[in-house]
Design a protein around this ligand. Sequence first.
Ligand code: F6P
Length: 306
Amino acid sequence: MNSETDPSGVKLEPVVDDITATVARTAAEIRQGLVGRRDKAAGENPSGESQAEADVYADELLADRLASIEAVGEYASEEREACLDCGPTPGASGSEGGDRSSPTVAVAVDPLDGSSNLSSNNAMGTVFGVYEAPLPAAGRDLIAAGYVLYGPITTMIVADETGVTEYELTGGERTIVREDVTLPDEPVVYGFGGRVPDWPADFREYANAIETELKLRYGGAMIADVNQVLTYGGVFAYPGLESRSGGKLRLQFEGNPIGYIVERAGGRSSNGNRSILEIEPGSLHERTPVHVGNDELIDRLESALE
Ligand code: F6P
């Protein structure tokens, strides 16, 4: 619905701020808890990927902290099969929604994006999307999205209707370092996931052209790779593959939040033919090809995949 006040006149800004502050505080605990949790956990996530102990730890912490916020009606995570119901239906109004003096939202998170980087001690992130609708929801139902990047320093990007802000986190406290974050006009970097032989021929052709123009920056954690695009301009993609046409990234937990952030920063997102935010979701853990970056680069991508 994308406004700072929902149709019933309820203010959404304090809700978004509460969620953002909670993610920031929890991120400090997640970061500290990474030491000693690099090993594989016993289980797999609902997408069939093996989990690190740190994935499970981060999910449990975020579920505990976010579900205790009154306005959060649903919590969903890449690491758990079903949504956790923790209050009235997100986005519902009147009697269906319970007390409408406070709005209800759903929060979808990827607790530790790029956690396979734990073994090699490279960057990772925590991604979150705040939807004013029950999950699975379309990206246009997002009222805010953001991520924490566990790099040499811990930073946080938050996007809402008003724009994109970058913070540095110290012990969970946020300090603004950049307001009105926008993609630089002159793109510099690109990062494409998946194995080259598994890329469809039309994407390979696009990649060949991009390689002659931009500099490769790929680290294998979407958050870190997208943050390079936000910083320097360029394009990040995890395309549909020959072996899996939906690619690897999950719509609710990765595609939508990242699409929202990049679009708010003045760029474009695409699943190959339209904005990721326009995709009607079918299920909570469905995948989508993800391409985000400067307008012109995404326009060319869509022409290449036509
Ligand atoms: O969520 C999956 C993820 O870790 C993303 O952060 C990242 O973009 C991708 O997988 C990396 O996949 P690959 O190892 O295939 O490059």
